[in-house]
Design a protein around this ligand. Structure first.
Ligand SMILES: [Fe+2]
Length: 259
């Protein structure tokens, strides 16, 4: 398995605080059957400005420590960029870090709002050959309000990531349900951990993969934790199946079923 979203890099954001924390996360990931972890430190205008050279140096420290501890895992660099009007400029300057130096960029939105400039930024990224991956899609209000909005993004080539622990109920029943809806309607392509420590969103994928298999079958579940994220880290292009429209049950359906 390949984890495309992890705050394993120590001392740069609200993820791993120390090298020991990062090692514990790497060990838990490896023990869960994860072969590759992409370190995706936050990058946003108000708190975290992970500098690429610093991120690379810290990642090397974790790699060396893993080797010394006998933890066999591949660690790659990426970043989690906050949506911003100048995101293309950030990519071109090398400030926003794409996944493993390829064309895929993990992008997060504010939880409660979808800025009007988002459409333009997505367009600009794509014109520059960058494929946005929507980070933890199940946690945004704009997705809660209308899951089908993701279909319009997917039809334009955007990739969608959901969080393993959301599928397991760590964020409550509503987000769990929404994550299930995204999976069963082809509105999500990647399950990743977004792990911040061994306890906070654990760095493991197998339980979420097994739950996904119950919902969408073994092949689709494996694609979400292995095949698709592997293509992303290898910078390959791939086709995504068209999403199925989500039709919320009208309230009278409950009334009828109860009558
Ligand atoms: Fe994250």
């Amino acid at each position: 398995m390949v984890d495309l979203h992890s705050h394993i890099l120590p001392g740069v954001d609200d993820g791993a605080a120390t090298l020991a924390d990062a090692l514990a996360m790497a060990r838990a990931a490896r023990d869960d059957g994860i072969a590759t972890v992409v370190a995706t430190p936050h990058r946003n205008p108000w708190a975290y400005r992970a500098d690429r050279a610093d991120a690379e140096r810290r990642l090397d420290e974790v790699r060396v420590a893993c080797r010394q501890e006998g933890i066999e895992i591949t660690l790659l660099l990426g970043g989690e960029s906050h949506i911003a009007p100048d995101l293309v400029d950030q990519v071109e300057r090398g400030a926003a870090i794409t996944i493993n130096g390829g064309r895929f960029l993990l992008v997060e939105w504010p939880y409660e709002q979808y800025p009007e400039y988002s459409e333009q930024v997505i367009f600009d990224l794509q014109v520059h050959g960058i494929v946005p991956i929507v980070a933890h899609a199940e946690r945004y209000r704009f997705v809660r309000r209308d899951p089908n909005y993701l279909a319009t993004l997917i039809e334009r080539g955007v990739v969608v990531q959901v969080t393993a622990s959301s599928l397991l109920g760590e964020f409550g029943p509503d987000i769990r349900k929404l994550t299930e809806i995204l999976l069963t309607h082809g509105l999500a392509h990647v399950i990743a951990t977004d792990s911040h420590s061994v306890d906070r969103r654990a760095p493991t994928l197998s339980a979420a993969r097994d739950r996904a298999a119950e919902l969408v079958g073994e092949d689709c579940a494996r694609a979400m934790v292995a095949d698709v994220p592997s293509q992303v880290v290898d910078n390959h292009s791939f086709d995504l199946p068209p999403p199925k429209p989500y039709r919320p049950q009208p309230f009278w359906a409950f009334w009828r079923s109860g009558s």
